[in-house]
Each structure stands twice: as structure tokens, then as C-alpha cells.
Design a protein around this ligand. Sequence first.
Ligand SMILES: Cc1cc2nc3c(=O)[nH]c(=O)nc-3n(C[C@H](O)[C@H](O)[C@H](O)COP(=O)(O)OP(=O)(O)OC[C@H]3O[C@@H](n4cnc5c(N)ncnc54)[C@H](O)[C@@H]3O)c2cc1C
Length: 260
Amino acid sequence: MPDTILPVREPRRVRFETRRRDLTVKTIDDLSPHMRRITLAGDMEGFQSLGFDDHVKLFFPDPETGVITLPGGEAKAIARDYTPRAFDVAAGTLTLDFALHGVDDGSAGPATAWACRAMVGDILVLGGPRGSTIWPVDYALHLLIGDETALPAIGRRLEELPPGARAMVLVAVDSPAEKLQLHTRADATVHWLFRNPTHGGHALADAVARLCFTQTDIFAWVAAEAEEVRVIRELLSTRHGIDAQRLKASGYWQKDAGGA
Ligand SMILES: Cc1cc2nc3c(=O)[nH]c(=O)nc-3n(C[C@H](O)[C@H](O)[C@H](O)COP(=O)(O)OP(=O)(O)OC[C@H]3O[C@@H](n4cnc5c(N)ncnc54)[C@H](O)[C@@H]3O)c2cc1C
């Protein structure tokens, strides 16, 4: 990799007041066999989300008591993070996309189980986003890497990139049936990677190891299973020379870790 001096760019961070919102399921659409879009409606007054990878916290009732606990409450909150895929404060709507995992073998956690069973009129309690990180859009290349859980953020980023921006997207899903339509005005190449059902493996990490770049002004964003993200972060930093200021890598879920 050539030793070039790269322009310094900082993401902008903004904090928001957050509060509980009880929203009602308005529409349910299956985008693919394992991706369900749920649009919620209700009091969206003051809702803000300026960053493509913001998250809201969804709160679920304790299965035994039926009580929903928020942070700071007596019991431990049962909470999961989801990306605001789209929102319209004036119309009072918020759209979330749920990757449905573990529905066939009964290992689905509370968020997926809720999304599977949801019906129009159901209530979902949420809070946030507590803040946004706004990444510049003028990198020479935007490298977006993720699995199903990253698709909402990747979809948002592709929609916000301006014409002329260059993006390379790597998405790992189970099969071609899981491919989604991604809209962008940018010059984007999307590579869909299909996991090998017999030896599983790290489809994304394997693909990242084989990437070859002719330039260095790259912003890399990664979200997937935590261990795979750890491997990808290491590859991007040591093999591809992407420094920490241009690299955001987050574990969006953890294998075999049902959480609180
Ligand atoms: C900032 C952020 C934003 C996110 N945005 C989205 C989003 O927009 N859409 C979305 O679908 N997810 C998103 N996720 C991931 C989502 O929060 C996790 O997948 C979460 O664990 C799902 O909760 P659950 O109750 O369904 O399962 P859990 O109770 O958390 O887990 C139950 C079991 O399922 C496994 N598991 C959890 N997630 C997956 C998965 N994706 N694939 C396979 N196995 C899994 C766990 O290892 C565990 O064994 C986001 C995560 C973060 C941190």
C-alpha cells in the first residue's frame, strides 16, 4: 500500500434526549424469507436519527411477569438494539427491519420472536436513539461490510451517499432468496455472499482477506457477528492498512449468547 498523507476527517457526534415511546404496529412486510419490515406509528415528536448506524432500544416484557422494565428499573431490562431504517416525524412513523433468525429451531430471542408474532395494532416499547455519529461522505471509497443485521444501516448509508460517491458493499446472507433491493445514487457495487450451509465459516472475513485496493482513502464500516467482526477489523487494519479513524467495526450480535 503506498504511503500517502490522507485528508483528516472527523465524524460528528450529536447527543439527544431520549424517552420511552409506545408505538403501534402499522404495517408488516416480508422483504425476504428472513427479513421482516415493521412500520410503527405513534408519538414520534422529537425523534432524531442523523447517523445511518444509529440504534433504538426495543424493550420486551419479562416472560414471567409480563412487566416491561426500562433501564434503571428494579428488574433487568430485556432490551435489544435495532436500526431506525426510516422515519417520518410529521407522519409519526418509524420503520424497523428484523432479521429473523432461529425461528425454525426455536432459538429465537425476544426481539425476533416478537417480530415473528407481531400483528397490526400490537404495541412496541422503545427508546432512543441517544445520539448519532455522522460520518463524512467524501471518502474516495466507502467499504460497507455486514450480515443481515447490518442491512438496515447499509441500506440507509447507500441511500444517503451522494451521486459520484464510490461504495463497495459486501453482504453475507444464507441464500440468493435473501437478497434485498438496495437503492443508491452513488456508484456502488454490491457483492452478495452466500454462506456455505455445510461448513458455515466466516464468509465475510474470507472475502475481506481477498480484497485488493488501489487507493487508501477508504472509510470502512463493519457490522456482523462479534467474532467475525473481530477478525475483519484485524484484516482491515493490518492487511489493508485502514487506520482507526476510518474504521468503524461493531459486533451486532454474539453467537450462542442469549442476552438480557
Ligand atoms: C447497533 C445495533 C443495531 C442493530 N440493528 C439491527 C437491525 O436493524 N435489524 C436486525 O435484525 N438486527 C439488528 N441488530 C442485531 C440485533 O440486535 C441482534 O441480532 C439481537 O441479538 C437480536 O435479538 P433476539 O432477541 O432476536 O435474539 P437474542 O436473544 O439476542 O439471541 C438469541 C440467540 O440467537 C442468536 N442470534 C442473535 N442474533 C442473531 C442473528 N442475527 N443471526 C443468528 N443468530 C442470532 C444468539 O447468539 C442467541 O443464541 C443490531 C445490533 C446492534 C448492536
